[in-house]
Design a protein around this ligand. Sequence first.
Ligand SMILES: Nc1ncnc2c1ncn2[C@@H]1O[C@H](COP(=O)(O)OP(=O)(O)O)[C@@H](O)[C@H]1O
Ligand SMILES: Cc1cn([C@H]2C[C@H](O)[C@@H](COP(=O)(O)O)O2)c(=O)[nH]c1=O
Length: 227
Amino acid sequence: MSELVYFCGTMDCGKSTLALQIEHNRSARGLHGMIFTRNDRAGTGVLSSRLGLSTKAVEAGDDLDFYVHVVDHLSGGGRVDYVIADEAQFFTPEQVDQLARVVDDLGLDVYAFGITTDFRTRLFPGSARLVELADRIEVLQVEALCWCGARATHNARTVDGRMVVEGAQVVVGDVNGSAGEVGYEVLCRRHHTRRMTAATARAAALSPDVLPVDTPAARAMEPVPDA
Ligand SMILES: Nc1ncnc2c1ncn2[C@@H]1O[C@H](COP(=O)(O)OP(=O)(O)O)[C@@H](O)[C@H]1O
Ligand SMILES: Cc1cn([C@H]2C[C@H](O)[C@@H](COP(=O)(O)O)O2)c(=O)[nH]c1=O
């Protein structure tokens, strides 16, 4: 039975890497995948992972109909055995309906990958529709970690290491943004709620106004004395 599977997690937890592994394993057995992405950091028409691997992909703008695209390919004599769709949070809800139709009407497995919530902890429209429609939701098992060592569950948007809570829902970027630019940092819920990033926690730990806290995480934040 074919399935719509939604693989989700925070930024930087290995979603694109898993997408590339699924593609590798299936193509190594002679199967043909159709690969889509949208707004990958590496550029248009490419699905890339931070491990350095990448593959060509169809850029899925708002006007792309996934179902029509796959049907057109099959009608032209092409072969499609499964579909991979990365950065699925950026898809429209209608596009997620089209992915479900690829499963139900064409009998193909669809593997979608994306973050569920934005920097304000709100669902992306595409992710919400995936949660509503997916046959299976898989949370990635490689945990991204908050600076405190807890499992990271939320994505913070940062500028110069400080969390920001205003701005457009979609701003393409990476963890560890450069100075003055929008970046992202994954945090546990407690530190997302307190708007405490690694940089602000470090600044607070160094401040003479703050009482010393003796926890492993606090010790890890302490400056290393000169040798
Ligand atoms: N230098 C490295 N050595 C080992 N693993 C790395 C390295 N750089 C990144 N990674 C792994 O890659 C993951 C990010 O993979 P990626 O597929 O780009 O994430 P996502 O698509 O979820 O944002 C990190 O969580 C880490 O596990
Ligand atoms: C939280 C959040 C993220 N984004 C962008 C930033 C990246 O370009 C992608 C996520 O990519 P990854 O492969 O999962 O690291 O989403 C955004 O536009 N808005 C946000 O709120």
